[in-house]
Ligand binder design. Structure first.
Ligand code: MLT
Ligand code: MN
Ligand code: ZN
Length: 310
């Protein structure tokens, strides 16, 4: 399979429109070692011209323009995007759906029932799209371990894996998590035998997801924050990483081994890649100490346009 990182930043992107954190200032000033990023999304292909879009970011039109593969030009109106899977109902992962309203057929959308409910009521993208292309929904099972395929990518098999993270602020489930508010994917290519574990919003590595991570060849996981209190210490929010459903890279105060870097050490054979990086995260300084720590630990930082073959 080929995975194309369309957007590697968290909500807001990098730089964020109203942010003057030191990273956003540096990237705006084109300081060496800082690379602009759009909001979190990937596309998966089986090697053919067909792709599955995973999350539809508000930057989708820019991302499509930057990715000629997504426009195979087989007929007067055409897209390489065969279907869309959503990991949650967050604004940075869903509002790009509105930009795809000109589709000539109903949009094929794969979400959990929890996400579908939020996108029907709290943020009614689904009823809105009903006035344009319409939506053909396939519910993702959060109780079974059965893989599914999305035609015509029949050699790609996908499992949806419920995760501990957070529903969006507008959701009635924000403080009462339902199973399926947040999922990750285990993506397998039957031709290569390789698997990728993808979880851009991951609050906790719970014991139930360990077997999926162990069997994967590549781990693409939540890279939002470096520290638990990053937004607080930089003066942007009162929220901790955990309040937003993200596991920071470094250990939480007093909790040795709790951070992403510590926890990824148990996955020795896997390629490890961070995605969904917030603009406040010091790893966005490619020449900084934090980037060096990641490199020492064999952890890569994704960037827009990155390709992963598995
Ligand atoms: C999050 O994952 O917490 C989001 O990036 C927040 C947002 O989209 O505003
Ligand atoms: Mn997000
Ligand atoms: Zn910023």
């Amino acid at each position: 399979m080929k995975i194309k990182v369309l957007g590697s930043a968290a909500g807001g992107g990098f730089p964020q429109w109203n942010c003057n954190c030191s990273n956003c200032q540096a990237v705006r000033a084109k300081k060496p070692g800082y690379t602009a990023r759009t909001q979190s999304s990937i596309a998966i292909s089986d090697g053919s011209a067909n792709w599955i879009l995973v999350n539809a970011s508000p930057d989708i039109l820019t991302q499509i323009k930057n990715t000629p593969e997504l426009q195979p030009n087989r007929s007067p109106r055409d897209s390489g995007i065969a279907a869309v899977i959503l990991m949650d109902a967050q604004i940075d992962h869903t509002t790009g759906l509105l930009m795809m309203r000109e589709g000539k057929n109903p949009m094929r959308l794969y979400t959990t029932p929890a996400v579908w409910e939020d996108l029907t009521n709290g943020l009614p993208l689904v009823p809105t799209l009903g006035f344009y292309c319409g939506v053909k929904w396939t519910p993702l099972c959060t109780e079974c371990d059965e893989p599914f395929s999305i035609s015509p990518l029949d050699s790609i098999r996908i499992k949806s894996i419920p995760l501990v993270s957070k529903a969006p602020p507008y959701s009635p489930s924000r403080y009462a998590q339902r199973r399926g508010d947040n999922i990750g994917l285990l993506i397998e290519d039957l031709n290569t035998g390789k698997t990728v574990f993808y979880a851009p919003g991951l609050g906790e590595i719970t014991p139930d997801i360990l077997p999926y991570m162990q069997q994967a060849d590549v781990l693409m996981v939540d890279g939002t924050f470096w520290t638990e209190d990053e937004m607080v210490t930089q003066g942007f929010s009162q929220k901790m990483a955990a309040d937003m459903g993200h596991l920071p890279q470094t250990d939480k105060p007093g909790k040795r081994g709790s951070g992403m870097i510590s926890q990824l050490r148990q996955f020795e054979k896997q390629r490890k890649v961070l995605i969904h990086i917030n603009n406040t995260n010091p790893i966005l300084n490619e020449h900084g100490d934090e980037s060096a720590v990641l490199a020492e630990n064999g952890i890569e930082v994704s960037y827009d346009g990155m390709e992963i073959l598995a």
